[in-house]
Design a protein around this ligand. Structure first.
Ligand code: GUN
Ligand code: ZN
Length: 449
């Protein structure tokens, strides 16, 4: 056996899907693969080797092996933008973003001042993520600092890599959700960074909700904290909805664009992830790319709220990094399969850019999968840590059963290429496909095959 400083070596034998070059959306597939995992001296369980069973097995003669014939291991999904407190807001109909926030989301989020309630929802949400094969998420909490504490504690208990933050919103928000003391909201953010950022696999995100609900003082305070802590994440929403954008122009007439409001506050930088990014212009996209900021593409939310369509071609042309996100509860599903399917549907749409119609196009299945795994990890600046199964990556993965339903079994059996096989799962899949979710080398949930 190869000498290694790792302990608790385990082997996992099944089909295998991964991205040999994490920056490139080209997947490799082995029908009979072996994944070897072990615990490093820092306590984290990582991938030690990956490849065909016939090539690797002889190097690990004493390895205890879990064998799942007929199933396929793939990287745990990475959700680039979601809101755990909106678990019970899913499926609330409204005439677009602003009425949806006012009538459902803001009143609901007030309840998270109650830690016991926030605790129960955190536990449900994290279990639901894992049941759907999501092992890392960048997640909003609410304005209540306790809503971060309970979520972090529950994620820590499950050994998950999760990132969250207290929402900053000190205006245009109801009593009970609004930060009534801006300086205090910033001190609470600093205290939460000290308490949670870098503890086990947890990370903190400075979280101004969106420009209309923060005063310039709060945004600039958030930017100062961001400068002080360059490895902390920043998350917010930008350019989601046309009424929202009009409001931002009224509130910040000095800014060149909606994105520029954040930029002037020092919030456009590496490890900043902006949800939606639908109605950006070329200068905005180039600025995000140059700063190393990323877009969280949230297609089920954008379709549900009627916000518009993410422009993949313009984003690629600008070199803007992006990945997929559920945006629960504007988004309608926890399932990465539903999100990938919706992203395909969005890219197929004909869109008008500066009065000129542009035809839709077909995103490749491997590209869709990459956007929800290795691509989303790269957008989080976590390339080589999550979203892939190369040696050195953290051992979080899903075990898929392509025969999980009669229709999946029938359709996947008829595919001839990897792309066709992946696409059948994207279009027909949901959590029934996820036979097991393995977090840190422990099978934690799934619909056992
Ligand atoms: N903009 C500000 N807050 C929100 C939110 O909770 N969801 C979405 N989709 N957009 C927002
Ligand atoms: Zn959101």
């Amino acid at each position: 056996m190869t000498s290694t400083p790792h302990s608790h070596l385990k082997g996992w034998r099944a089909g295998l899907l991964w991205f040999p070059d994490p920056q490139n959306p080209l997947a490799q597939h082995e029908t009979d693969g072996l994944l070897v995992t072990g615990q490093s001296t820092d306590g984290i369980v990582r991938v030690l080797a990956i490849g065909a069973y016939r090539d690797l097995a002889s190097q690990y003669p004493d390895l205890p092996i879990t064998h799942w014939p007929g199933l396929c291991m793939a990287p745990g999904f990475v959700d680039l933008h979601t809101h755990y407190p909106q678990t019970d807001v899913i499926g609330s109909p409204a005439d677009g973003l602003l009425p949806w926030l006012e009538h459902y989301t803001f009143p609901h989020e007030k309840q998270f001042s109650d830690s016991a309630y926030a605790h129960e929802v955190s536990a449900f949400f994290l279990d639901e993520l894992m049941r759907h094969g999501v092992t890392t998420a960048l997640c909003f909490a609410t304005a209540h600092p306790e809503s971060v504490d309970v979520f972090m504690a529950e994620a820590q208990k499950r050994h998950l890599r999760m990132i969250t933050g207290k929402v900053l919103q000190d205006r245009h928000s109801p009593d009970g959700l609004r930060d009534t003391d801006t300086a205090l909201s910033l001190r609470q953010t600093e205290a939460l960074i000290a308490r949670w950022h870098g503890v086990d696999r947890l990370g903190y995100a400075i979280t101004p909700r969106f420009a209309p609900t923060s005063t310039p003082a709060q945004l600039h305070g958030a930017g100062e904290i961001a400068q002080q802590f360059p490895d902390v994440w920043v998350q917010s929403h930008v350019a989601e909805n046309l009424d929202e954008i009009r409001w931002v122009h009224e509130l910040f007439p000095e800014a060149r664009s909606y994105l520029d409001v954040y930029d002037r506050a020092g919030l456009v930088r590496q490890r900043a992830v902006y949800a939606h990014c639908i109605h950006l212009d070329e200068a905005d996209r180039r600025r995000m790319a140059e700063a190393g900021a990323s877009a969280a593409v949230s297609p089920t939310s954008n379709l549900f709220l009627g916000s518009g369509f993410f422009d993949y071609a313009a984003s690629d042309a600008a070199g803007l990094r992006y990945g997929l996100a559920s945006d629960v509860g504007g988004g309608t599903s926890f399932s990465p399969f539903h999100t990938m399917h919706a992203a395909y549907t969005v890219a197929r749409q004909r869109i008008e850019v500066q009065g000129v119609a542009r035809p839709g196009f077909s995103l490749a299945p491997e590209h869709l999968w990459w956007q929800h795994t290795a691509g989303a990890a790269a957008a989080l600046d976590l390339c080589g840590k999550v979203g892939n199964l190369l040696p050195g990556c953290e051992a979080d993965f899903v075990v898929l059963n392509p025969k999980a339903t009669p229709l999946l079994a029938r359709r996947t059996a008829q595919t001839e290429t990897l792309a066709e096989w992946l696409f059948a799962m994207i279009v027909l899949g949901d959590e029934r496909l996820v036979a097991h979710t393995v977090v840190q080398g422990q099978a934690v949930s799934g619909n056992k095959a």
